[in-house]
Write a protein that binds this ligand. Structure first.
Ligand code: ADP
Ligand code: MG
Length: 358
């Protein structure tokens, strides 16, 4: 089976490693000169919206998927006439616009923070009246790793926030004083089989994921997240892996956003579950049988951001993944996973690695 993957970053690389074990071959599209996934397949060097390159990819593959959300949906729909494209482009369309995403959550009865679309300073004033302060102002499109966001704590912050973000379509969202953040990763195939990974708890620093821990030992939260995930997968007639980010407030879950792709918060599943999120994605898009993930212990994952210190290499009981990227501040360059037989040991290992790697 030949898989075409739009984007050849680390997610493409990890999909490529999983594909190799399944006897699948991968071809990628990416504009950068030496992307991480170049180690696992041919890379067509072209922008993500290059119709000719996308057509060439589709002509060369049995199925096309993407590891990157900023692909023009229209381009995906065009190649969808040549070859199946999963996850469905319509799911991507909704995920690309925070307003559409929140409306979808609302239409499915999924709880979420109060929000208002904001296209003018007046709208922002009205949103403050309706939602209260603090609130988070976010661009509707193209935000990632906390970029395109600004917290408005006082009315005096309005001017600054507007200067920073006012040129884009925006959304104002109630600030959630959450207990913690979790994510749920699920997969569905075209036959309608669904599997869901155990809940993962995520810690962000400066808007970027730093540490993930799985499983979250909470039956009720797990059941609630599974219900939300199932509703979302079905309503989107989804095929592939989908990731849902949630805020935990007491025993409630509030939906934050979803990503129609494999996700950083599921990297622990490479060593921590059989099958991994990458394998499940490939099986789902090729309409294979989805196996419920079996856990191999308590998993912890630490992102290596900005540089990979020498001390990160060769740490006992840890699995280092170096994506082979050039170092740059704020850039995700790799991650380390630990698997332990108790949550306490997992947390101790993570603390030691954090200490060593700074
Ligand atoms: N309404 C909110 N209340 C509190 N924290 C928030 C809120 N929205 C976002 N955040 C924080 O910012 C992080 C990034 O925001 P998110 O909406 O997930 O955007 P992205 O991941 O696309 O950058 C979240 O994981 C969370 O830590
Ligand atoms: Mg997020």
């Amino acid at each position: 089976m030949r898989i075409g993957i739009i984007g050849a970053g680390q997610l493409g690389q990890m999909l490529g490693f999983a594909a190799r074990d399944l006897g699948m071959s991968c071809t990628f599209i990416d504009p950068s000169p030496n992307p991480p996934a170049a180690t696992c397949g041919r890379v067509i060097r072209a922008p993500f919206d290059d119709d000719d390159a996308l057509s060439a990819l589709a002509a060369d593959c049995d199925i096309v998927t993407y590891e990157f959300e900023n692909v023009p949906v229209e381009a995906l729909e065009r190649i969808g006439e040549q070859v199946p494209v999963y996850p469905p482009p319509d799911a991507l369309r909704q995920a690309q616009d925070r307003l559409a995403e929140k409306q979808l959550f609302g239409s499915l009865g999924i709880s979420l923070p109060a929000y208002r679309p904001v296209d003018s300073i007046d709208d922002l004033e009205n949103a403050i009246e309706a939602i209260g302060l603090p609130l988070v102002l976010k661009t509707r499109r193209l935000g990632y790793d906390g970029k395109g966001q600004c917290v408005v704590r006082h009315r005096a912050d309005i001017e600054t926030a507007w200067r920073q973000l006012g040129e884009s379509e925006l959304i104002a969202e109630a600030w959630v004083d959450f207990d913690c953040e979790v994510s749920a990763i699920g997969a569905r195939n075209a036959a309608g089989e669904i599997i869901i990974y155990p809940l993962t708890q995520n810690e962000h620093v400066d808007g970027i994921l730093r540490v993930s821990r799985a499983p979250v030992d909470d039956e009720m939260l797990t059941r609630r997240a599974e219900k939300i995930m199932t509703a979302l997968l079905k309503s989107l007639s989804y095929v592939g892996v989908l990731t849902l980010e949630l805020f935990v407030v007491g025993d409630q879950l509030l939906a934050n956003e979803f990503a129609p792709r494999v996700h950083n918060s599921g990297h622990w599943s490479i060593e921590g579950a059989i099958p991994s999120q990458f394998t499940s994605h490939l099986i789902a898009i090729s309409n294979g049988h989805l196996e419920a993930p079996q856990l191999r212990g308590y998993a912890g994952m630490l992102n290596l951001i900005g540089d990979i210190p020498a001390a990160a290499r060769g740490i006992p009981e840890s699995h280092l993944h170096d994506y082979g990227k050039d170092a740059r501040p704020g850039r995700k360059l790799g991650h380390i996973t630990v698997i332990a037989d108790s949550a306490a040991k997992r947390d101790r290992l993570l603390a030691e690695i954090r200490e060593k790697t700074g």
